[in-house]
Design a protein around this ligand. Structure first.
Ligand SMILES: [Zn+2]
Length: 564
């Protein structure tokens, strides 16, 4: 919010009004400042939640022109379930030209402006009633379906919808909780390959030289994951891979690097199927093409910009490609379970998608590149989060940020991953993964909230996690530890004082302290109840070193370890 220019003259060096008007202006400033503070404290982001109707199935028919630069014609039929008595159905829809709207094959009245399409039902629809709304339209979408050229300069059309951009090309209920199944019928020139969510049911040749590709995704997916990808792809299908059908769609010039470059995909599918549950979709296509993001996890049709970027220098010892590529592939594949199949209920729960994908990519590195690679990955994640926190001290569960792109931040990614890492060490591997499996099964093909995750982990472990979630998810910050110790001969032992110096509330997570005397190590666990914890530990000999959380189980900074 900008302050009005009227209070400042051109030079900005003095206030250019009389003392009377100065007083009024200062009052205005005070009022504006109060408004600013109150709106920042109380402005809770409005989200379009399901209250009046929900989509059950989308049938999307799209015909593209020869140069893939325009939708020549499109028709989307949406099966709608009324949850209340309805006289109108409101869709999100961008500014493509609408040719006609029908309900159950009869034309109906509609109004279309400012990204909203409101359709009047010819007669009221009762709660529980179902209708099919069919919208016929055409044009060049402003966003959502990216009509561009691939790296070889050939035309391509690729869906890229996160967070709420699908409505620029598909009339929809554009919120992640409004999941639905989807059928795509895509008509494109014979020279093009088409891939979309779900299984390929058929390809039909038309007399005019086009082909119609029908893909069917039978389970509900979030609207931001609904895509088609059309282009002059090289299609590769790796041999000797068990599990779900895996294929790569890449620009022709990438065909020689795809097999090795995507080498982590099959092992990631295998690992997550073992750790969580069988892969939730019919197939997995890995597509190289246009996306605003490094990778986009569309259900069963991941799009990334891989192979165009230089590696980070750190090569994976197992896959012989940059570790950044391995973790990106593992991240997007982990989303198929977390984000796509179990979708965040609201944008405040986004860490259930991004934190999970980030952590599972770490677990994949741990399995294939070893413990040191995992420690590196988690420590870099912690550092990125600490840097971010200096600029924005907000809870992971963020109900305020209006710009959804700003939610792609280290709170949801790196801190989210660390929340899972801390829960894992608190619960132990067996109960943690048992809880995650139960959480997945309970919300598969549906949505989940942070509280759903807490309930599943509590049930699996029989531990109360209220304090952990209250402090780490719904509150902000991280512990900054200052450790002081002294050794005495009478009584013989070490006095350890651990002080949390961060602003804000105490973190009560148990923290390991290791007392090193030559080659021997003694581990004690501090259980902070307040910001300062003092503990005396018997030790016949004088310690040579004291360590705090040496196994890296807590997201924390150690500001100093001092001997007194
Ligand atoms: Zn992600």
């Amino acid at each position: 919010m900008k302050l009005p220019r009227v209070c400042r003259d051109d030079s900005g060096s003095h206030l250019a009004f009389s003392s009377g008007s100065r007083r009024i202006c200062l009052q205005v400033l005070l009022l504006l400042a109060t408004l600013l503070v109150t709106t920042q404290v109380f402005a809770v982001r409005r989200e379009r939640l399901i209250t009046t109707w929900r989509p059950l199935h989308y049938s999307v028919n799209v015909t593209l022109n020869e140069g893939l630069s325009e939708i020549v014609s499109a028709q989307t039929a949406v099966e709608v379930l009324a949850l209340k008595k309805l006289e109108a159905i409101d869709f999100d829809f961008g500014d493509l030209t609408i040719d006609r709207v029908e309900i159950d094959n009869s034309p109906v009245r509609f109004s279309h402006r400012h990204g909203s399409l409101v359709i009047t039902t010819p007669r009221p629809l009762n709660a529980g009633g179902k209708v099919t709304v069919t919208i016929t339209y055409h044009g060049k979408p402003k966003d959502g379906l990216i009509l561009t050229r691939d790296k070889d300069g050939r035309p391509s059309a690729i869906g890229d919808n996160w967070p709420d951009r699908v409505h620029h090309w598909i009339p929809s209920f554009d919120h992640p909780s409004a999941k639905a199944s989807v059928t795509f019928n895509v008509t494109a020139p014979t020279s093009q390959l088409v891939v979309a969510n779900g299984s390929l049911d058929r390809v039909e040749s038309l007399p005019n030289g086009n082909r119609v590709w029908t893909y069917n995704e039978t389970v509900p997916i979030p609207p931001y994951c609904m895509i088609i990808a059309v282009g002059n792809f090289a299609l590769l299908q790796p041999l000797g891979v068990s599990g779900p059908r895996l294929s790569y769609y890449v620009p022709q010039s990438d065909s020689h690097v795809a097999e090795k470059g995507f080498g982590a995909a099959a092992p990631a599918l295998h690992m997550f199927s073992q750790v969580v549950a069988p892969y939730p979709y019919e197939k997995l296509a890995l597509i190289v093409g246009a996306t605003r993001f490094g990778g986009m996890e569309n259900s069963s049709a991941i799009v990334s910009t891989l192979f165009s970027r230089n590696g980070d220098g750190n090569l994976s010892q197992t896959f012989g490609i940059p570790r950044g590529t391995v973790s990106l592939i593992a991240h997007e594949i982990a989303h198929q379970w977390f984000g796509d199949s179990v979708t965040e209920s609201t944008w405040s729960d986004l860490w259930l998608s991004e934190g999970f994908a980030t952590y599972f990519a770490g677990l994949f590195l741990q399995k294939h590149d070893g413990e040191a690679a995992f420690r590196d990955y988690m420590e870099s994640a912690a550092q990125r989060y600490f840097d971010y926190e200096k600029k924005s001290l907000t809870p992971v569960f963020d109900r305020n940020t209006e710009n959804l792109f700003k939610l792609l931040n280290p709170n949801n990614y790196e801190k989210g991953a660390w929340l899972l890492h801390m829960l894992r060490s608190r619960l132990g591997d067996e109960q943690f993964f048992k809880g995650l499996k139960a959480y997945f099964q309970a919300h598969k093909n549906s949505v989940a909230s942070t509280e759903d995750l807490r309930a599943a982990l509590e049930k699996a472990s029989r531990k109360n996690l209220h304090t952990f979630f209250a402090r780490w998810v719904y509150d902000s910050g991280h512990p900054r530890y200052e450790l002081a110790w002294s050794w005495s001969k009478k009584p013989r032992g070490v006095k350890v004082t651990a002080t949390q110096i961060q602003d804000g509330n105490v973190f009560t997570d148990p923290v390991e302290i290791v007392i090193v005397v030559g080659n021997s190590r003694q581990t004690i666990t501090l259980k902070p109840q307040s910001k300062q914890t003092v503990q005396f530990v018997s030790s016949a000999l004088e310690p040579t070193e004291i360590q705090i959380d040496p196994r890296g189980l807590i997201l924390k900074e150690v500001v100093g370890i001092k001997r007194r």
